[in-house]
Design a protein. Structure first.
Ligand code: NAD
Length: 260
């Protein structure tokens, strides 16, 4: 579906971002990877995607908390492949503490990485998308873009913010071939969530498996994790012609979390 197009996925060296990058590569899109990690592992990911899907890939190590590095990444993507047709704002971090104990530098980092980075990539991608009258911007929000949970003030604020940014970007481009939508996952078993599982196992003195079950049972009625592959398929749908009138939505894939 996307042969010759370019998809840039922030935070795609791991977890959901990697799942989404692979889903777009399976559609023939060239991929610009971004995110942290061991360079050997990142090279291996790129080699695997090139080999498996016969697409081109590139990697930029921009730190999503730094606007100048984001600008450099967007210039790099344009130099490599001409433009970014599909932008997936996925990079994100989590920190858990009550508001009065929340470290100020963690608040600033979460707002910068989980929210402001999407403003920067979007403002930089739009001019070329407008010139071509085609583009897909997909923001990976969270169920926490729709509802709150205790001890996640910065994350919930950033995710509600990105849902707002999604709506405004969609409206400003409503008469064009550019759509902007958000995906709101429930629990997905990635390194970000594994940390919370490990903490629960330690705090409650229970096994890792029991901690997973306890985490899911609190919020996710299906009792199962959402997978990066399932989220990749939803992102591909939102980028399809069939979804050209899906604009400004915050679409949850959450095992029933928000239905409660
Ligand atoms: P993850 O920790 O597996 O991956 C995060 C990615 O972001 C990694 O590639 C990491 O290197 C990158 N990253 C982190 N800080 C960065 C920075 N400053 N600059 C550039 N890249 C950076 O996490 P994940 O669970 O795959 O999360 C991906 C997105 O999905 C996040 O926005 C997260 O909030 C969201 N999300 C996750 C879940 C879940 O249950 N895992 C649920 C809802 C939403």
């Amino acid at each position: 579906m996307h042969k010759g197009k370019t998809a840039l996925v922030t935070g795609s060296t791991s977890g959901i971002g990697l799942g989404i990058a692979k889903a777009f590569a399976a559609q023939g899109a060239n991929i610009v990877f971004n995110g942290f990690g061991d360079m050997k592992e990142i090279d291996a990911i790129q080699a695997d995607v090139k080999e498996q899907f016969k697409v081109k890939t590139a990697y930029h190590n921009a730190d999503m908390s730094k606007p100048a590095e984001i600008e450099a990444m967007m210039r790099f993507a344009a130099e490599q492949f001409g433009a970014v047709d599909i932008l997936v704002n996925n990079a994100g971090i989590q920190y858990v503490a009550n508001v009065e104990d929340f470290p100020v530098e963690k608040w600033d980092a979460i707002i910068a990485i989980n929210l402001s980075s999407a403003f920067h990539t979007t403002r930089l991608a739009l001019p070329t998308m407008k010139a071509r009258n085609w583009g897909r911007i997909i923001n990976i929000a969270s169920v926490h873009g729709l509802v709150g949970s205790a001890q996640k003030s910065a994350y919930v604020a950033a995710k509600h913010g990105i849902v707002g940014l999604t709506k405004v970007t969609a409206l400003e481009n409503a008469h064009t071939g550019i759509t902007c939508n958000a995906i709101c996952p429930g629990w997905v078993l990635t390194p970000l969530v594994q940390k919370q599982v490990d903490a629960r196992s330690e705090q409650q003195g229970i096994s890792i498996e029991a901690a997973k079950k306890s985490l899911l049972s609190e919020k996710q009625p299906s009792g199962e994790f959402v997978t990066p592959e399932q989220l990749g398929e939803l992102a591909v749908f939102l980028s399809s012609d069939a979804a050209s009138q899906v604009r400004g939505v915050a679409w949850n894939m959450d095992g029933g979390w928000v239905a409660q």
